[in-house]
Design a protein around this ligand. Structure first.
Ligand SMILES: Nc1nc2c(ncn2[C@@H]2O[C@H](COP(=O)(O)OP(=O)(O)OP(=O)(O)O)[C@@H](O)[C@H]2O)c(=O)[nH]1
Ligand SMILES: [Mg+2]
Length: 360
């Protein structure tokens, strides 16, 4: 059996697959290795390309996931599909230098380390031609990660690392969430005991072929991951996201009301109805594209989803007002009455729409 499995998550990396195999082969001469592509059914035929190579080289394997997306969960599933005692994760676009795999493995073989992390922020490493904006975002994300990490890593945003199987299993059982794109943060934050780590420098290279998948979703998923690590044990993160969107919706409601009632001179009740519809639609659209991005409704289903959302939230609004009125009549302080109504309404809306509007 191989000593090392290099897991390479891919999405639309067909043009890089062969070069990755070659580079790993060169870097790991003399090592019993295996390369596991985990592809999320890329439309460019990455998985087919990988399987073609695998037909001629049994060290190459491909796990293909259909109807799923996500870098972290792909890495976890790739590592679980391997039998090797050492597991590496490396990008499939050659931005990570495969030559680092060998020193990583040698460090793990020493037995004193759980995980070796490729770092761009130790002496000898670098971020290559990262734009100033991307460097800034990366620095901010690193600072935020301090809230959940149990280690003083210089580059927790790195996607290039190697760890032992016992360390992996400890983290997985410690509650790795697999949310989003930052698997290293997830692993470190879930480790039952602080991981013994070593950092080795590398310089992030520029992409040779294919396109970046970095977008706003990566940022959103990262915030969700941090929230999950901080409070996910007590409250579902989706509920937090749903509530945050609801909070924004209140702002949208007030702005619309001001425009229609004060600006256009429409009577108050009509203006309030319009503002409610606008805020509800705003909440639906934002929840559909962020909170439930993985179950996003499109086309006709977008419209029927809006209907079921509006219906559920109308009932939620009745519950909200009913509870608040009932408490207020019983001499409860008005703020407490109102917030209790809001909380019951929010839980109702969340529970019902998670089952009917965004069912799996
Ligand atoms: N399986 C899987 N792989 C993914 C997914 N998103 C990205 N990847 C792969 O993860 C690796 C890193 O993604 P990139 O888009 O290169 O992210 P990055 O290196 O931070 O950004 P760039 O510098 O712009 O390339 C690449 O090999 C991608 O193909 C996904 O949803 N599923
Ligand atoms: Mg990349």
């Amino acid at each position: 059996m191989p000593e090392l499995t290099v897991v390479v998550p891919t999405f639309n990396e067909a043009a890089n697959v062969a070069a990755v195999v070659e580079a790993v082969d060169r870097a790991l001469a003399g090592v019993d290795w295996e390369l596991m592509f985990v592809d999320d059914d890329s439309p460019d035929g990455t998985a087919e390309r990988a399987r073609d190579i695998a037909q001629a080289d049994r060290r190459v394997r491909c796990v293909q996931r259909v109807g799923r997306r996500g870098l972290s969960s792909a890495c976890v599933e790739g590592m679980l599909a391997s039998s090797a005692p050492c597991l590496a994760v490396m990008d499939g676009d050659l931005q990570h230098d495969p030559a680092l795999l060998r020193p990583m493995l040698d460090t793990l073989r020493g037995g004193q380390t759980d995980i070796v992390v490729g770092s761009r922020h130790v002496a000898g490493g670098g971020v290559g031609d990262f734009s100033a904006q991307r460097q800034g975002i990366s620095r901010l994300a690193t600072r935020l990660s301090r809230a959940v990490l149990k280690a003083d890593l210089t580059d927790p945003m790195s996607g290039f690392f190697m760890l032992t199987r016992p360390a992996l299993m400890g983290c997985l059982r410690g509650g790795v969430s697999g949310i989003g794109y930052k698997i290293l943060v997830d692993l470190f934050a879930s480790a039952p005991r602080p991981l013994r780590f070593v950092e080795l420098p590398y310089t992030f290279r520029s992409r040779q072929a294919g396109e970046s998948k970095l977008d706003s979703k990566v940022v959103w998923d990262y915030l969700i991951l941090l929230a999950d690590k901080l409070v996910g044990r007590y409250v579902p993160v989706r509920f937090l996201a749903f509530s945050a969107v609801g909070g924004l919706g209140v702002g949208v409601h007030l702005v619309t009301l001001a425009l229609v009632f004060r600006g256009l001179g429409v009577d108050f009740v009509s203006a309030q109805v319009i503002a409610t519809l606008v805020a509800m639609t705003f909440n639906y659209v934002v929840n559909n594209s962020l909170t439930y991005r993985d179950r996003r409704r499109r086309g006709w289903r977008f419209l029927t989803g809006w209907l079921s959302f509006a219906l559920a939230c109308s009932v939620g609004a009745f519950a909200n007002v009913g509870i608040a009125a009932w408490l207020f009549q019983r001499q409860t302080f008005w703020v407490v009455s109102a917030l209790s109504g809001v909380l019951v309404g929010a839980v109702w809306n969340y529970a019902v729409t998670s089952v009917y509007t965004w069912r799996k």
